[in-house]
Write a protein that binds this ligand. Structure first.
Ligand SMILES: *Cc1c(COP(=O)(O)O)cnc(C)c1O
Length: 365
């Protein structure tokens, strides 16, 4: 069986360094918000090309903290509308709601499954104070145009970069395109830890300071609380592991792109709709998603041949039981994508023979 994602294999190169790091931190006696977190924040900001990075507990909290910080700083107020693609993982929408803001769902583009500037322009009204752009599957589309539009209209552009570590829109990396961005280091992401982790990146010193306090009970100085904060801290062991893994992120992403390039150039089955990609670095192929009619038939076929696939995602957020308030809305493109989409294995440890095998099997479908 070729598993969709082989986390054990992905972490094999670190099987000596991770116990060594853990031992060192155990012996240091300092486990939360210490030197390793500080180091990672510096390294990750530098990697993304932003002035600041703030380590937090997970990707959902990263987004919630951005919105809460903008509210605390008076740049957003409770009830403001935030545009968000209907075609996303539910976390993007939840973050807006949990922070006390109002998500306004927008249908996406059938070509790249993301928000485009035209649909944003058509959906915006005077209550809209921000856009949450999701780099779904790891691809940045229209990033610079969205930023320009946001700046011209005095609204905030926030990136859900939870899938896009290292993806690059010309000279700007994910995390450096909007006014702020949220990352996840969930184990399966392109940069993943051995547990939960997340970060916010931004060039805004006030926002970075506010989030650094909000993640720690709203306190910048021990037992002095400036804001009503939460507890969402990155721990020292995860930060130290991320510091090691960050060194290989570009190599890992390049390997994923090389695999994706093979899939795109060598899969020639008319039943398959391949991702729209210009072979640039705008995609990190966190997910290699294709579209196919009669998806379950195709998925069963691949499974019988020993290839595991996953569906990202089977039910759109506005059709989830938890989101009944959206149940009367229709997003035809989002619904079509959810019906047809299926993800192939594309991680950096896939062997060339495995890639060739996947291509052959698909071409014979
Ligand atoms: C993974 C993910 C998140 C949430 O990250 P967690 O670390 O699991 O909280 C948010 N948005 C998107 C698009 C994601 O893929």
């Amino acid at each position: 069986m070729i598993p969709y994602l082989d986390l054990k294999k992905i972490n094999q190169p670190y099987e000596e360094i991770i116990p060594a790091i853990s031992q060192k931190i155990l012996e240091s006696g300092w486990y939360i918000l210490g030197k390793e977190v500080e180091n990672f924040e510096k390294n990750f900001a530098e990697y993304c090309g932003t002035k600041y990075a703030v380590g937090v507990g997970n990707g959902l909290d990263a987004l919630i903290l951005i919105f809460k910080a903008y509210i605390a700083l008076g740049k957003l107020k409770k009830g403001d509308k935030i545009l968000v693609p209907a075609n996303t993982y539910i976390a993007s929408i939840l973050a807006i709601m949990i922070a006390g803001l109002k998500p306004k769902l927008v249908d996406t583009n059938l070509q790249n499954y993301n928000l485009d500037l035209d649909s944003v322009k058509n959906s915006i009204d005077c209550e809209t104070k921000g856009i949450l752009a999701v780099h779904l599957y790891g691809q940045i589309t229209d990033g610079k145009n969205l930023r320009k539009f946001a700046d011209e209209n005095g609204i905030l552009l926030i990136e859900d970069a939870a899938q896009a570590h290292g993806a690059k829109d010309q000279d700007k990396k994910a995390g450096a395109i909007g006014h702020a961005a949220g990352f996840s280091f969930y184990p399966g992401k392109n940069l993943g830890c051995i547990g939960d982790g997340g970060a916010v990146t931004t060039d805004d010193p006030e926002l970075a300071k506010c989030i650094a306090a909000l993640r720690n009970y709203g306190s910048a100085k021990k037992y002095h609380n400036t804001y009503k904060g939460m507890n969402s801290r990155l721990d020292e062991i995860q930060a130290a592991i991320l510091n090691e893994k960050l060194k290989n992120l570009d190599t890992d992403n390049a390997r994923r792109r090389a695999t994706a390039k093979r899939f795109i150039t060598e899969i020639n089955n008319e039943k398959i709709i391949l991702p729209d990609w210009d072979f640039s670095e705008n995609h990190n192929f966190h997910i290699f998603a294709i579209r196919v009619k009669n998806r379950s038939d195709f998925q069963n076929y691949l499974s019988e041949k020993g290839i595991q696939t996953i569906i990202h995602y089977p039910i759109p957020p506005h059709r989830q039981e938890a989101m009944k308030e959206f149940s009367l809305l229709d997003f035809p493109i989002t619904e079509m994508i959810h019906k047809d989409i299926i993800s192939l294995p594309c991680h950096q440890m896939l062997a060339n023979e495995e890639i060739s095998f996947i291509i052959n099997v698909i071409n014979n479908y």
